[in-house]
Structures are given as structure tokens and as C-alpha cells.
Design a protein around this ligand. Structure first.
Ligand SMILES: [Zn+2]
Length: 126
């Protein structure tokens, strides 16, 4: 993982990263906007045909809520990463201020936490 062949391996192309993050953010926001739109299909369901509809409707709502939460989560991570680029703290852990390895940032460009803090956060469910 830590290749010695490339001495510039710790150099991050912030311009490219910012562009990628913004593109991802735009995509996530677009999907969130789609999910936030009120459902239209209900208006076409005839009266008296609603028995049984409720179940699949509820399941689909639950799935959508899960997707919505995941997207909201991604959006906040992406927004935070972009904020960190602006602040000049990109690549620094939000929790312990340690340097986040470039390899981790390449794999997960919206990382605001080092591996240890991310792991600790996941363990406590934060
Ligand atoms: Zn940390």
C-alpha cells in the first residue's frame, strides 16, 4: 500500500479532489431532491383498489427513508470535506488533528477523520 516508488505519493491534488467532491455532492443533492418530491402515483390509484397497496407502499417508504438517510449522510460528509478544503484543514483529522494518510484520502476522499477515529466512531455508533 505504501509504495516507495512514488516520492510524491503524499501530494494530494486538491483541485481534482474538490472537483470530484463537488460532482458527487451535486449528484447526491439531485437524488435527495428527487426523493423529497411528493409521490405522484397515488393520484392515479382508483378508489376501492387500495387494499394491499398499503403494504408495498409502506415497504417502499421504509426503503426510501433508508436511502434518504444514507444520502443525507453522504451529503454532510461531502460538504464537510469541501469545507475542510476551504479552511485548509483538508487531510487533518477532525477529531484528533492527526494527519490523515494520503492513501486513505484517495480511497475515501471525503474522510474528515483518521482511520483510528473513524473506527472508534463506528464502534460507538457515532
Ligand atoms: Zn483522529
Amino acid at each position: 500500500m505504501m509504495s516507495e516508488e512514488r516520492p510524491d505519493d503524499n501530494e494530494l491534488d486538491l483541485t481534482a479532489i474538490e472537483r470530484d467532491l463537488r460532482a458527487q455532492q451535486a449528484e447526491v443533492r439531485e437524488r435527495l431532491a428527487e426523493l423529497s418530491r411528493p409521490p405522484e402515483r397515488g393520484s392515479q390509484v382508483a378508489f376501492g383498489k387500495r387494499i394491499g397497496d398499503g403494504t408495498s407502499e409502506a415497504v417502499s417508504r421504509l426503503t426510501e427513508v433508508g436511502v434518504f438517510e444514507t444520502l443525507t449522510d453522504s451529503e454532510s460528509h461531502l460538504a464537510r470535506a469541501l469545507e475542510k478544503i476551504d479552511e485548509g484543514t483538508y487531510g487533518t483529522c477532525d477529531s484528533c488533528a492527526a494527519q490523515i494518510p494520503a492513501g486513505r484520502l484517495r480511497a475515501v476522499p471525503h474522510s474528515a477523520l483518521c482511520v483510528e477515529c473513524a473506527r472508534a466512531g463506528a464502534a460507538t455508533g457515532a
